[in-house]
Each structure stands twice: as C-alpha cells, then as structure tokens.
Design a protein around this ligand. Structure first.
Ligand code: ZN
Length: 236
C-alpha cells in the first residue's frame, strides 16, 4: 500500500466526500495510479482540475503518483475563450439551454441524448459539456466540460457566464430558444395572419426561426430577458 498527501483548494471542498472536506488528507492506494484516476476516485471529474503540483513541481493529469508524494490541486480558473464558445447540455438542462440561447449562445440540447451521444458531440464538435453528472464528465474523451453546482437554472446561468466569461459573447435576440437555429428577419406583412391583435398593433419588428417557424418580437419576454442580461453584465 502506498500513500500520498492531497491538499485541495477550498473551492473543491463541496465536491469531495463528506469525510474528506478538510484542507488536506492522506490517500492510500495500490499499484501505479495516475493523479487523474486518484482524484476522480474521490468524485472530482478531471474537467474541474486546474493547476497541480507534486512536491512543489508542476504536474499534468497523467502524472503517476509515488509513495510519499505531496499533491496540491487547484480548480480550473475562469476561462476567457478566444473564439465564441459552444455548448452541449445534458437532457436535464432544458431551461439552462433556453437561457443560454437567449444570450445568443450556440447550445446543442435534446432531452433524449444519451451519455455516449453527449460525449461524442462534445468531443467531435468541440462543445463544452454542461452537466450535473460527474460520471459523464469523467469519460476520457471529454476535455471541455463543467460540472454545474446549482439545481436552479438562473443560478446555473450565472455559474456558466462566470466560468467561461461569457459577457463579451452576449448577442440577444439572435437564436431560437426552442431549436438553437439562428433567427432571421421577417417582414411584418409576411406573418400578419399569425399575430395576435395586440402584437399586430404594438410591434413592427419581428424575427423568425427558419427551422421551426417560431416568431419572436420584443415583447414582455424580451424585456424580461433584457433585465437578466443587465444583471449579468453588472455581475449580479
Ligand atoms: Zn426554432
């Protein structure tokens, strides 16, 4: 039996097993084990792991832990994406998908995707996988993913905006909330027969989803969305 001393940054404590929620602890293990495997055995997916050191020297996920090592683990820092980030969300996150689409972000979401399909979409299309399922994020082919902490969609939105520094990418009124397709302008007279009397009276600017034909205008829903965006921009 070998033993290594693990020191996790405080940000990890909620993710660790209850008995391990202390600043440092000894971890006993057998055989050659990578630091990734040992940390994931504690329930922390590799997508959450940032800079690490063994005995003061920087290490990567593949590092083989030696008997007596002192391992320090930091969380992933908020990431400033160089290109517009794209997401894939697991089947329980429909409201978060709509929120992110509301901000104009490209979100692949279907409530019937299974785990291999989600993993494949993340890996082959370079999409950040958002989920509350730790086991899913532990799959080797997932290199970009985030474990949502909250159950509340509004709070989840704030988590994702912070983690991927999304404020610079916000482009509201650009994407269909139902199917993710980019919206197109549409002339009012072309859709007149589909509008309610009051909408017809008070609004002149419309957009349409070319895929599902849903019509969008800057009504009460849009105003609510603007408030959420203002809160996000203000860091609220
Ligand atoms: Zn649509």
């Amino acid at each position: 039996m070998k033993v290594a001393y693990f020191h996790f940054d405080a940000g990890f404590l909620p993710l660790l097993p209850y008995a391990r929620r202390v600043s440092g602890f000894d971890l006993y293990f057998r055989g050659p084990q990578s630091v990734k495997h040992l940390i994931e055995s504690l329930g922390v997916p590799h997508t959450e792991i940032g800079p690490m050191a063994a005995n003061g020297k920087s290490i990567g996920l593949d590092y083989i832990v030696h008997d007596g090592d002192q391992i320090q683990v930091q969380p992933e820092a908020p990431e400033v994406c160089q290109t517009e980030p794209r997401f894939v969300l697991d089947g329980h996150l429909g409201r978060l998908a709509a929120h992110l689409r509301m901000l104009g972000l490209d979100c692949l979401y279907r409530n019937d995707y299974n785990d291999p399909e989600l993993a494949k979409a993340s890996s082959s299309e370079s999409r950040i996988l958002l989920t509350r399922d730790r086991r899913l994020l532990m799959q080797k082919i997932i290199t970009q993913g985030y474990l949502l902490r909250s159950l509340d969609p509004d709070e989840q939105l704030r988590e994702v905006v912070w983690r991927y520094q999304l404020v610079q990418w916000i482009k509201p009124f650009q994407r269909c909330l139902r199917c993710n397709y980019p919206l197109a302008d549409v002339r009012k007279d072309a859709i007149l027969d589909r509008l309610e009397p009051l909408t017809k009276l008070y609004f002149d600017e419309f957009r349409i989803c070319p895929a599902c034909r849903h019509i969008y205008w800057k009504g009460s829903h849009y105003e609510k969305m603007q408030k959420v965006i203002e809160q996000i921009r203000a860091g609220g």
